[in-house]
Ligand binder design. Sequence first.
Ligand code: GLN
Length: 192
Amino acid sequence: MKIGVLALQGAVAEHIRSIELAGAEGVAIKKREELQDIQGLIIPGGESTTIGKLMRKYDFMDAIRQFAAEGKPVFGTCAGLIVLAKTIEGQEESHLALMDMTVARNAFGRQRESFETDLDIKGIDEPIRAVFIRAPLISSVGEQVDVLSSYNGEIVAARQGHLLASSFHPELTDDYRLHQYFVDMVKSSHAS
Ligand code: GLN
């Protein structure tokens, strides 16, 4: 089973490493045609405005919407979460608008620009070490969206069917259980 990491900007190699630790093959996706070879896609962190621009420039928008419409799982981390969201606070334009949620960018303020914490995540047994870097939070979710984790009362991980999103960077620690969770989502979508 192959899982792609959108390689326009961000921590691509780290995601590939975590995918491989979780027992799947990880590949960098630089061209839209390459989406045909994979069963799941991760959109990494970085800067969502830049990723959005590059996705438009390289014709990824409709291609990824089509990929998701075929039931293939997509996982957005940090800026990737922003790219997945239907609504971005303070911005007129969203990007893929696949997940029914509103997000706030850079939501933790200056003092808490970057921090780490242990988070409980629904569906994963023990807490996960989560690295936040100028992270967004999910300010509201639609009915179809399942909240998987909150931090100080704010939503930081969610799932809508075959779509998964986290405010933090699961690829920056050795703990690959959230990648394992996504690999399992891809396995079950593949089987069905
Ligand atoms: N602050 C970035 C944004 O708003 C996201 C940061 C990240 O991906 N680590 O796009």
